[in-house]
Design a protein around this ligand. Structure first.
Ligand code: GLC
Length: 472
């Protein structure tokens, strides 16, 4: 089975969010299972590990009525071949997205993915596209390549990592920039806009999302950002597969960034040392209080408004808080201010600092993730692996991966309603449990033994790939 995994970011080369982790770790797991999975992504100006890249060739790619240069490079990491598409005009910029011409940049990239197949000795059975940036791949495949021998058997899967970002533009970009003529524009038009994700939902052979619960949720207007009606119509080809995490890169036994390495046999000593180091770093009191932490982009979707409502209350109850992230200024300001108001009780770091995040996963006692919506979420799984029980709201992949331990077997503390009271209550339950040493240690052990590796989910993808390849 040959899979081309098309993504706009993938570790270890470029990352802005969870998509990069998945694009870096799922293909690796597939290759380990004997699947020939290769990744294709843009060659960004600030790409990491540039010295690993090897030039292959170059060609022209149609972008509307023009032709643009495309250079092809490749590299091999962890047994996975990565292809990089180079065009400095589009990709030699600081950062990955957020430019005025993102629509054109990723129309180019999507078209270039297909053109590349003329120049490499690899014809995939399936192209697995991810999010709006690669959503035009199945559209272009059907419109312009399907009649060619090389392409007529290729199937496409479109994976939605976050339905909030659809690639929406004015319809005027369709003909001139995307090269999609009047007759075909209905494929990508939705609600009076050009909508790349809509095009993929129409044309891909299968649609997947990153957790079973999210696959249900996006059929509902509360979660769908306007696409529920279309998705209900296409439900026959929709399914959800829970992401895994890279258990080698996220391993407290080998993690070079944490104060003391530990595993399930010596976590008591290990976590205590990591906690002390964390408290020292943030100037927190070492008086036996539990440390609850959050590592997240500071945006509304992640539930920061709930945390904001309960933060002072939690500190008053004797819980220390550590918050790392950046994003909307209202939250950045609130948590900086909270830190100033509670010296020795709250630590705030505004920014993203991968090494410090790992120190927090290891040193915190519990991990807060009260998202309003969470397609999958990886941080809660990483927290478990580091023996840091998550406190989560039951949505998307959080609901599928974390189960409440209050009344029975479980790996964390959960609540259902999007309410500050329920979050507060879940935090109190976690704090009570924390003071019962034996129960808490049993919970940590249980969490560290949860299997969030790709072993299970990669098999689900393989099943789906086989089913899709055999479609008519
Ligand atoms: C997006 C989602 C997140 C998911 C990740 C990887 O970032 O918001 O929930 O874990 O993609 O699929």
């Amino acid at each position: 089975m040959k899979i081309l995994y098309a993504a706009s970011e993938a570790t270890p080369f470029a990352k802005s969010g969870g998509l990069a982790d998945v694009a870096g770790s799922l293909p690796k797991a597939l290759v380990k299972d004997g699947v020939d999975a290769r990744v294709i992504m843009p060659l960004y100006g600030d790409l990491k590990l540039r010295d690993k890249l090897e030039y292959v060739t170059n060609y022209s790619v149609p972008v509307g009525w023009r032709s643009q240069y495309c250079g092809l490079f490749k590299a091999e990491v962890n047994g996975v071949t990565y292809y990089f598409l180079d065009n400095e005009y589009y990709f030699k910029r600081r950062g990955l997205y957020g430019f005025y011409d993102d629509g054109e940049r990723f129309a180019f990239f999507s078209r270039a993915v297909l053109e590349t197949l003329f120049y490499i000795d690899f014809t995939p059975d399936i192209i697995n596209c991810n999010d709006w940036q690669t959503a035009l791949v199945p559209v272009y495949l059907n419109l312009y390549y399907r009649h060619l021998d090389k392409f007529n058997r290729i199937k496409t899967i479109f994976t939605i990592h976050n339905i909030a970002y659809q690639g929406k533009y004015g319809t005027d970009i369709l003909e001139d920039t995307c090269g999609i003529g009047r007759r075909d524009q209905h494929i990508v038009e939705y609600d009076g806009c050009a909508n790349f994700m809509k095009g993929a939902i129409e044309t891909a052979d299968k649609i997947t999302t990153v957790s079973p619960t999210y696959a249900q949720e996006i059929l509902d207007p509360w979660f769908s950002y306007g696409l529920d009606a279309l998705l209900r119509e296409k439900q026959y080809k929709l399914c959800g597969i829970l992401n895994g995490i890279d258990t080698e890169a996220n391993d407290p036994a080998t993690d070079p960034h944490i104060a003391f390495n530990y595993d399930v046999n010596n976590f008591e000593e290990g976590k205590a040392k990591c906690k002390e180091a964390l408290q020292d770093k943030f100037g927190l009191d070492k008086d036996g209080s539990p440390v609850f932490a959050m590592v997240s982009r500071m945006v509304g979707m992640k539930g920061f408004d709930l945390v904001q409502s309960v933060a002072d209350g939690l500190v008053d109850r004797g819980i220390e808080l550590v918050i790392l992230g950046s994003g909307e200024s209202q939250y950045e300001n609130f948590f900086s201010d909270l830190c100033g108001r509670h010296p020795g009780r709250v630590g705030t770091y505004i920014g993203f600092e991968p090494a410090l995040s790992q120190e927090i996963y290891a040193g915190a006692d519990a991990f807060i993730m009260p998202s309003k919506s969470e397609p999958c979420g990886l941080a809660q799984m990483v927290a478990c692996r580091y023996g840091t029980p998550p406190i989560i709201r039951e949505t998307g992949g959080l609901r599928d991966s974390i189960h409440d331990c209050t009344l029975g077997e479980g790996n964390g503390f959960t609540f259902a309603g999007y309410s500050a009271h329920e979050l507060y209550d879940a935090c109190c339950r976690a704090q009570d449990r924390y003071y019962s040493k034996e129960d808490w240690n049993n919970l940590i052990k249980y969490d560290m033994e949860c299997d969030f590796s790709w072993d299970v989910s990669a098999k689900s993808y393989e099943g789906l790939y086989n089913e899709t390849a055999n479609l008519w």
